[in-house]
Write a protein that binds this ligand. Sequence first.
Ligand code: ZN
Ligand code: ZN
Length: 307
Amino acid sequence: MLIAIILFAQVNANKDGSATNASLIKVTLLGTGTPQPLMERFGPSILVQAGSETLLFDAGRGCLQRLRQLDVAYDKLTAFFLTHLHSDHTVGLPDLWLTGWLITRRATPLRVFGPVGTSDMITYLRKAYAYDIKIRIEDDKCPEEGSKLLVAENKEGTVYENNGVKVIAFLVDHYPVVPAYGYRIEYKGHAVVLSGDTRYSENLIKFARGTDLLIHEVAIAPDTLSKSDPRYDILAHHTTPEQAAKVFNEVKPKLAAYSHIVKLYGHNEQEIMQRTKANYAGPVIMGQDLMRFSISDTVSVNTWKNK
Ligand SMILES: [Zn+2]
Ligand SMILES: [Zn+2]
């Protein structure tokens, strides 16, 4: 399959990311990083646009800035989904929510989906920011309804269905973080699957079959990493390039892409790709922040290029 890689300049970008006739689903990696505070890889967050739905998955560090770069305003989000409650996936949420509300004057609540514990987290966040919320309503005249987050905690299966877009949550294996979810988003016979954080997961393979695009996490470390190493547990919670290759061989997506890139002890992206391609012959690409995938009968890739 041909993968069109087109560099698009900021000035030429379809900045609101609205779906064109050519693409049914657009997927933009807002942040491809991990807890590491890197400038080149913001915290994990992925935007999925399909029809009239604008869906955000995870709110890693900097997701609001990334949305601004794409000219996607907070009041355009139709729903927000958390894969799990590790802080690298949630620390951007107060900024997304409160700053987003302040600057867009969003007037409707945002629907939030996530694992058990999401409801508590949102309740406590609201308490933590109670002073700000009160003052923004009284002083800045922000619409009170827009400050609300309507939480539903996931069970495996369809969690959201609106305007022809279906979001299916499925369990992945990020033990001891239980439950942790991946998501499958379907629209007009096409699909994208987001792995969330997971080690090798048979359940992910089951739910990902037939997808056009599979965005999968990856972690690289020395082969010699022993159980006594303090970073062994990090590797044990994630998926090695060889394991990811096994997943891709089973799922056979039109395109696989890495996001949430965990690199230990100086290993790098080139090695991730070498070790993947040694075990998988299909199309696979290393994700980067603001990389965009357009799904129709083919999957094309645009990378972001600043002026
Ligand atoms: Zn993570
Ligand atoms: Zn995690």
